[in-house]
Ligand binder design. Structure first.
Ligand code: NAP
Length: 319
């Protein structure tokens, strides 16, 4: 059992920033990272839109620099997964991983969200070899090529427009004949001559030889299957928040995102959240950094205001 003033759950940009702020406020801080430092950014080769890097930066390099900065102020990092939390009795809170139990005065949840997968053959095999969930990161590699985008929401349309900077043609494969995306985005897409729609259609299989060279498409109305040559498959069919360990402990919205107020407070006093676990709209490294910072500042204030009434961690461990 380990006790600490602050446990941060999640090691993406929000968690790494929160750790910098709580550690620098002289609060002992343990960050439970998962298996990959940086979260979603760890799969991004080229971050061009994070301020301060005029020549861009790789996701792993950015995450490593953020970690080093937090470590300079004493934050500790643990590569493990949170399996269970107990927030029911208020502070101090209990956070469990398969190998350890942590007791903390305050918790900051920055565990993020994961892009949804299609769940079709070839998707895992060709990840990063033609299959991508990030146009900003990987679009550049598809210069002069024909690619497909899967999905009919705002993300699919917005990213399809972005991808026309590189690709010669972008085919949007959508499972219905009506888009979920906003009217404004729809009209931008319809006036883009490089974008074509394939309606009522799903991807059944992604095929290739070392990298993607075709997909099998199925028309859901006629049942007809076609082999469609393409070198890139971009999937934008929504995200799922990683909120499983918090079900029944923290208030979630209907989609499973944590509900927080403008001070990044969850419904449990002393538990704060920021980044994509509580943000389904912006989902940028830069916005997550801001939200992680705000969550940490709120936690620091809360700990200061409640110092006199918090049960000493020594007693919490023996009790
Ligand atoms: P979304 O709105 O949930 O759309 C997901 C799309 O993927 C839908 O068209 C859905 O089809 C399709 N889909 C879901 N599961 C699928 C599957 N297994 N196979 C094939 N297709 C599947 O997700 P999003 O586009 O990521 O947007 C998320 C939120 O962020 C939304 O609130 C959106 O407005 C917001 N956002 C806003 C902007 C902007 O304003 N510029 C940009 C990006 C995102 P159906 O339509 O048939 O359900």
């Amino acid at each position: 059992m380990q006790k600490t003033r602050v446990v941060i759950i999640g090691g993406g940009p929000a968690g790494l920033t929160a750790a910098l702020y709580t550690a620098r406020a002289q609060l002992s801080t343990i960050v439970i990272v998962g298996d990959k430092l940086g979260g979603q950014i760890s799969t991004t080769n080229d971050v061009d839109n994070y301020p301060g890097f005029p020549d861009g930066v790789t996701g792993p390099d950015l995450a490593a620099a953020m970690k080093a900065q937090a470590e300079r102020f004493g934050a500790q990092f643990v590569y493990d997964f949170v399996t269970e939390v107990d927030f029911t009795k208020g502070s101090p809170f209990r956070v469990k991983t398969p190998s350890e139990e942590y007791i903390a005065d305050a918790v900051i949840v920055t565990i993020g969200a994961s892009p949804r997968h299609l769940g079709v053959p070839g998707e895992d095999e060709f990840t990063a070899r033609g299959v991508s969930w990030c146009a900003t990161c990987d679009g550049f590699f598809f210069r002069g090529k024909e690619i497909i985008v899967v999905g009919g929401g705002d993300s699919a349309l917005q990213e399809a427009i972005f991808l026309t900077k590189f690709a010669t043609k972008v085919n949007i494969i959508h499972r219905r004949d009506e888009l979920r995306a906003s009217v404004a985005l729809q009209s931008r897409v319809r006036s883009n001559l490089k974008i074509n729609f394939v309606w009522d259609t799903v991807v059944e299989e992604i095929k290739g030889n070392g990298s993607v060279n075709a997909v099998t498409l199925k028309n859901v109305k006629t049942g007809e299957r076609t082999e469609y040559p393409t070198q890139g498959v971009f999937i934008f069919i929504g995200h799922d928040p990683n909120s499983q360990p918090f079900k029944g402990q923290l208030a979630l919205d209907d989609d499973g995102y944590l509900l927080i107020d403008s001070l990044m407070r969850t419904n449990v006093e002393g538990v704060f959240a920021g980044g994509e676990i509580a943000d389904k709209l912006w989902r940028q490294a830069a916005t997550s950094v801001g939200q992680g910072c705000a969550a940490a500042l709120s936690a620091v204030d809360w700990l200061q205001e409640n110092e006199a009434t918090l049960q000493p961690l020594e007693e919490a461990v023996s009790g």
